[in-house]
Design a protein around this ligand. Sequence first.
Ligand SMILES: C[S@@+](CC[C@H](N)C(=O)[O-])C[C@H]1O[C@@H](n2cnc3c(N)ncnc32)[C@H](O)[C@@H]1O
Length: 267
Amino acid sequence: MLRGWLGGDERKLTHRVDEMARFATSPDEPPMSIRLDVHDLDVRAGYARWSEIYDAAPNPLIRVEEPVVRAMIDRVAPGVALDAACGTGRHTAYLVARGHRVIGVDGSPEMLAKARARVPAADLRTGDLLDLPIEPRSIDLAVCALALTHVPDLLPAIASLARVLRPGATLIVSDHHPTMGLLGGSAFFVGADGAAGNVRTFYHPHARYLAAFRRAGLEVADCVEPPIEIEDLPALSGGLLSLADEAFRSAWVGLPNALVWELVRRE
Ligand SMILES: C[S@@+](CC[C@H](N)C(=O)[O-])C[C@H]1O[C@@H](n2cnc3c(N)ncnc32)[C@H](O)[C@@H]1O
């Protein structure tokens, strides 16, 4: 409603007011009756639980992020690749299929166990993004997907990724878009036991990324911001789409969901 203040369609705004009145006067019906018991989890505990369903649950962020990252990977000739914070090996598997010799690193033993089963050809190591167990200047292509939102400070994380790249190598960084963070988006999941969890995330605006890239000697080759589409709404609305479908559509469709950077390490 607030976003329609200037060019808004009066019929839609009236409809929205009616919806809110209906919700506010029906405290015993959804959505007002819904109580979520969400456990705030650190990265280690969060991904230990999330690993059980990570590859099974529909993820609208991955739906828009994956084709963009893959197109960037496709531009790089096979060599030594790193999937930093590889999780269950989503991009690791694609890198192997593209002919790279792949090292994956993640801080979660549970996520890595899934990656080991999925991509036996990759060299998978337990480790921290901030202190990668990788030789400096040894990597031709590094991917760090959907993980930097969990680090409080981008500078040391980007510096750590840049350190392992050969001069001229490519780094691809993806994450949930900072706009979504501002609007309440988070690393929320419902575990295999039905209990909800939220892994702590941090807000990283574009300016902070650019400062970290400059400091680490990385040049921006491309930046893509794929938006939310109508087909993402059922998953994004947590099953509540039918309660206010037009409101969900005008609030979300077209907003950038992912932020994907392609970077080159200077000589
Ligand atoms: C949302 S998952 C993304 C996994 C995979 N990159 C993908 O895109 O499917 C985030 C991953 O980052 C890992 N992670 C977060 N912070 C980390 C850190 N400081 N060091 C290593 N791994 C980290 C988590 O363990 C988790 O596996």
